[in-house]
Design a protein around this ligand. Structure first.
Ligand code: URA
Ligand code: SF4
Length: 222
Protein backbone atom coordinates (compact mmCIF):
# COMPACT_ATOMS: atom_id res chain seq x y z
CA UNK A 1 0.00 0.00 0.00
CA UNK A 2 1.68 3.23 -1.05
CA UNK A 3 -1.05 5.44 -2.41
CA UNK A 4 -0.77 9.02 -1.20
CA UNK A 5 -4.01 10.26 0.31
CA UNK A 6 -4.87 13.81 1.15
CA UNK A 7 -6.09 14.91 4.56
CA UNK A 8 -6.20 18.19 6.44
CA UNK A 9 -4.53 17.14 9.73
CA UNK A 10 -7.50 17.80 11.99
CA UNK A 11 -11.14 16.86 12.32
CA UNK A 12 -11.70 20.47 13.46
CA UNK A 13 -11.82 21.43 9.77
CA UNK A 14 -15.05 19.45 9.37
CA UNK A 15 -17.03 20.48 12.43
CA UNK A 16 -20.22 22.35 11.48
CA UNK A 17 -21.20 25.57 13.25
CA UNK A 18 -23.54 25.09 16.27
CA UNK A 19 -23.56 21.33 15.92
CA UNK A 20 -26.09 18.86 17.28
CA UNK A 21 -25.24 15.17 17.64
CA UNK A 22 -27.06 14.54 14.34
CA UNK A 23 -25.29 17.23 12.32
CA UNK A 24 -22.01 16.21 13.93
CA UNK A 25 -22.50 12.59 12.93
CA UNK A 26 -23.35 13.62 9.36
CA UNK A 27 -20.28 15.85 9.14
CA UNK A 28 -18.03 13.14 10.59
CA UNK A 29 -19.07 10.85 7.74
CA UNK A 30 -17.21 13.24 5.39
CA UNK A 31 -14.13 13.70 7.58
CA UNK A 32 -10.68 13.74 5.95
CA UNK A 33 -8.89 14.91 9.09
CA UNK A 34 -6.26 12.17 8.93
CA UNK A 35 -5.12 9.43 6.57
CA UNK A 36 -7.49 6.87 8.07
CA UNK A 37 -10.48 8.07 6.07
CA UNK A 38 -9.06 6.08 3.17
CA UNK A 39 -8.29 3.00 5.29
CA UNK A 40 -11.55 2.33 7.11
CA UNK A 41 -14.83 1.62 5.33
CA UNK A 42 -16.76 4.39 7.05
CA UNK A 43 -16.68 6.77 10.00
CA UNK A 44 -17.99 5.01 13.09
CA UNK A 45 -19.49 7.76 15.21
CA UNK A 46 -20.57 7.51 18.85
CA UNK A 47 -24.00 6.22 19.81
CA UNK A 48 -26.33 6.72 22.71
CA UNK A 49 -28.74 9.19 24.25
CA UNK A 50 -27.96 12.89 24.12
CA UNK A 51 -28.66 13.08 27.88
CA UNK A 52 -26.48 10.11 28.88
CA UNK A 53 -24.76 10.65 32.23
CA UNK A 54 -22.12 8.02 31.54
CA UNK A 55 -19.86 7.91 28.47
CA UNK A 56 -17.51 5.12 27.41
CA UNK A 57 -14.59 5.92 25.13
CA UNK A 58 -12.83 3.07 23.32
CA UNK A 59 -9.86 3.12 20.97
CA UNK A 60 -11.14 2.83 17.43
CA UNK A 61 -13.73 0.70 15.64
CA UNK A 62 -12.75 -2.91 15.06
CA UNK A 63 -13.39 -5.10 12.03
CA UNK A 64 -17.09 -5.67 12.79
CA UNK A 65 -17.73 -2.07 13.82
CA UNK A 66 -16.11 -0.90 10.57
CA UNK A 67 -18.58 -3.00 8.59
CA UNK A 68 -21.64 -2.20 10.72
CA UNK A 69 -20.91 1.51 11.20
CA UNK A 70 -21.64 1.20 14.92
CA UNK A 71 -19.29 1.20 17.92
CA UNK A 72 -18.71 -1.86 20.11
CA UNK A 73 -20.84 -4.41 18.29
CA UNK A 74 -18.13 -7.10 17.97
CA UNK A 75 -16.41 -9.30 20.59
CA UNK A 76 -15.14 -6.33 22.65
CA UNK A 77 -18.66 -4.90 22.65
CA UNK A 78 -20.06 -8.16 23.96
CA UNK A 79 -17.61 -8.14 26.85
CA UNK A 80 -18.43 -4.50 27.55
CA UNK A 81 -22.14 -5.40 27.56
CA UNK A 82 -21.49 -8.19 30.07
CA UNK A 83 -19.54 -5.79 32.31
CA UNK A 84 -22.38 -3.26 32.15
CA UNK A 85 -24.95 -5.90 32.98
CA UNK A 86 -22.89 -7.17 35.92
CA UNK A 87 -22.76 -3.58 37.23
CA UNK A 88 -26.47 -2.92 36.74
CA UNK A 89 -25.82 -0.32 34.03
CA UNK A 90 -28.16 -0.30 31.03
CA UNK A 91 -26.30 0.05 27.73
CA UNK A 92 -29.25 1.93 26.24
CA UNK A 93 -28.63 4.69 28.79
CA UNK A 94 -24.92 5.18 28.12
CA UNK A 95 -23.15 6.95 25.28
CA UNK A 96 -20.47 4.80 23.65
CA UNK A 97 -17.80 6.19 21.35
CA UNK A 98 -14.14 5.91 20.34
CA UNK A 99 -11.03 8.11 20.48
CA UNK A 100 -10.47 7.48 16.76
CA UNK A 101 -13.43 7.03 14.45
CA UNK A 102 -11.96 5.07 11.56
CA UNK A 103 -10.69 1.48 11.65
CA UNK A 104 -6.94 1.23 11.14
CA UNK A 105 -5.86 -2.14 9.83
CA UNK A 106 -3.34 -3.98 7.72
CA UNK A 107 -3.75 -7.03 5.55
CA UNK A 108 -2.39 -10.18 7.21
CA UNK A 109 0.63 -11.79 5.56
CA UNK A 110 -1.48 -14.39 3.88
CA UNK A 111 -5.18 -14.60 3.54
CA UNK A 112 -7.85 -12.02 3.80
CA UNK A 113 -7.90 -11.17 7.46
CA UNK A 114 -7.74 -7.48 8.35
CA UNK A 115 -5.36 -7.08 11.27
CA UNK A 116 -6.10 -4.27 13.72
CA UNK A 117 -3.30 -1.68 14.08
CA UNK A 118 -3.15 0.80 16.92
CA UNK A 119 -3.81 4.40 15.85
CA UNK A 120 -0.75 6.64 16.18
CA UNK A 121 -0.46 9.90 18.17
CA UNK A 122 -1.11 12.04 15.08
CA UNK A 123 -4.33 10.19 14.30
CA UNK A 124 -5.50 10.37 17.92
CA UNK A 125 -4.85 14.13 17.94
CA UNK A 126 -6.48 14.68 14.55
CA UNK A 127 -9.65 12.85 15.59
CA UNK A 128 -10.03 14.35 19.06
CA UNK A 129 -12.23 17.31 18.00
CA UNK A 130 -15.09 14.84 17.34
CA UNK A 131 -14.73 13.44 20.84
CA UNK A 132 -14.52 16.93 22.34
CA UNK A 133 -17.75 17.90 20.60
CA UNK A 134 -19.49 14.72 21.74
CA UNK A 135 -18.46 15.47 25.33
CA UNK A 136 -19.55 19.09 24.96
CA UNK A 137 -23.02 18.09 23.71
CA UNK A 138 -23.71 15.06 25.91
CA UNK A 139 -22.05 16.54 29.02
CA UNK A 140 -21.65 13.19 30.75
CA UNK A 141 -21.09 13.26 34.52
CA UNK A 142 -18.63 10.40 34.25
CA UNK A 143 -16.41 9.22 31.40
CA UNK A 144 -14.79 5.77 31.32
CA UNK A 145 -11.68 5.40 29.14
CA UNK A 146 -11.38 1.86 27.82
CA UNK A 147 -7.64 1.34 27.29
CA UNK A 148 -4.55 3.45 26.81
CA UNK A 149 -5.59 5.17 23.58
CA UNK A 150 -8.73 6.73 25.09
CA UNK A 151 -6.79 7.60 28.24
CA UNK A 152 -4.03 9.19 26.15
CA UNK A 153 -6.58 11.28 24.28
CA UNK A 154 -8.33 12.62 27.41
CA UNK A 155 -5.75 12.33 30.20
CA UNK A 156 -2.48 12.85 28.35
CA UNK A 157 0.40 10.71 27.19
CA UNK A 158 1.95 10.34 30.64
CA UNK A 159 -1.16 8.74 32.15
CA UNK A 160 -0.72 5.05 32.97
CA UNK A 161 -3.88 2.94 33.06
CA UNK A 162 -2.11 0.20 35.03
CA UNK A 163 -1.30 2.64 37.84
CA UNK A 164 -4.66 4.38 38.07
CA UNK A 165 -7.29 1.93 36.85
CA UNK A 166 -10.58 2.09 38.70
CA UNK A 167 -9.81 5.46 40.35
CA UNK A 168 -12.04 8.52 40.07
CA UNK A 169 -9.78 11.07 38.36
CA UNK A 170 -10.51 14.78 38.38
CA UNK A 171 -10.58 16.36 34.97
CA UNK A 172 -12.02 19.31 33.10
CA UNK A 173 -13.93 16.92 30.82
CA UNK A 174 -16.40 15.58 33.41
CA UNK A 175 -17.08 15.30 37.14
CA UNK A 176 -14.82 12.23 37.12
CA UNK A 177 -12.93 10.11 34.60
CA UNK A 178 -12.25 6.44 35.20
CA UNK A 179 -9.78 4.43 33.18
CA UNK A 180 -9.55 0.71 32.72
CA UNK A 181 -8.05 -1.74 30.26
CA UNK A 182 -9.53 -2.25 26.83
CA UNK A 183 -11.91 -5.23 26.65
CA UNK A 184 -9.84 -6.65 23.77
CA UNK A 185 -6.88 -6.87 26.17
CA UNK A 186 -9.01 -9.04 28.45
CA UNK A 187 -10.01 -11.20 25.47
CA UNK A 188 -6.33 -11.59 24.48
CA UNK A 189 -5.21 -12.62 27.97
CA UNK A 190 -3.98 -16.25 28.00
CA UNK A 191 -6.72 -18.51 29.30
CA UNK A 192 -5.10 -19.29 32.68
CA UNK A 193 -5.23 -15.61 33.63
CA UNK A 194 -8.30 -14.53 31.70
CA UNK A 195 -10.89 -15.09 34.42
CA UNK A 196 -8.96 -12.81 36.75
CA UNK A 197 -8.43 -10.16 34.06
CA UNK A 198 -12.15 -10.20 33.36
CA UNK A 199 -13.02 -9.84 37.04
CA UNK A 200 -10.69 -6.86 37.35
CA UNK A 201 -12.25 -5.26 34.27
CA UNK A 202 -15.76 -5.81 35.64
CA UNK A 203 -14.69 -4.40 38.98
CA UNK A 204 -13.36 -1.19 37.37
CA UNK A 205 -16.64 -0.71 35.49
CA UNK A 206 -18.67 -1.32 38.63
CA UNK A 207 -16.64 1.32 40.46
CA UNK A 208 -17.67 3.86 37.86
CA UNK A 209 -21.29 2.69 38.26
CA UNK A 210 -21.06 2.94 42.06
CA UNK A 211 -19.60 6.44 41.79
CA UNK A 212 -22.54 7.52 39.61
CA UNK A 213 -25.07 6.18 42.10
CA UNK A 214 -23.37 7.50 45.24
CA UNK A 215 -22.94 10.99 43.88
CA UNK A 216 -26.46 11.11 42.43
CA UNK A 217 -27.83 10.28 45.91
CA UNK A 218 -25.67 12.97 47.46
CA UNK A 219 -26.91 15.48 44.92
CA UNK A 220 -30.53 14.56 45.62
CA UNK A 221 -30.09 14.90 49.38
CA UNK A 222 -28.67 18.41 49.06
N1 URA B 1 -12.76 -1.64 20.08
C1 URA B 1 -12.94 -0.31 20.32
O1 URA B 1 -12.12 0.35 20.92
N2 URA B 1 -14.03 0.25 19.87
C2 URA B 1 -14.97 -0.40 19.21
O2 URA B 1 -15.95 0.23 18.84
C3 URA B 1 -14.78 -1.77 19.00
C4 URA B 1 -13.67 -2.38 19.44
FE1 SF4 C 1 -11.46 12.03 10.56
FE2 SF4 C 1 -11.03 10.67 12.77
FE3 SF4 C 1 -11.55 9.38 10.52
FE4 SF4 C 1 -9.21 10.58 10.86
S1 SF4 C 1 -9.98 8.84 12.03
S2 SF4 C 1 -10.50 10.70 9.03
S3 SF4 C 1 -9.79 12.41 12.02
S4 SF4 C 1 -12.94 10.71 11.61
Amino acid sequence: MCSAVSFTGSAADFIPPHPTLTTLRDAAAQCHGCDLWAVGTQTVFGEGPRAAELMFVGEQPGDQEDRAGEPFVGPSGRLLDAALEASGIERSRVYVTNAVKHFRWERGEKGKRRIHKKPNAMEIRACRPWLEEEIELVKPRVIVCLGATAAQSLLGKEFRVTQHRGEAIESPWAEAIFATVHPSAVLRTPSAARERAQQEFFSDISRAGAYMKLHAERRERR
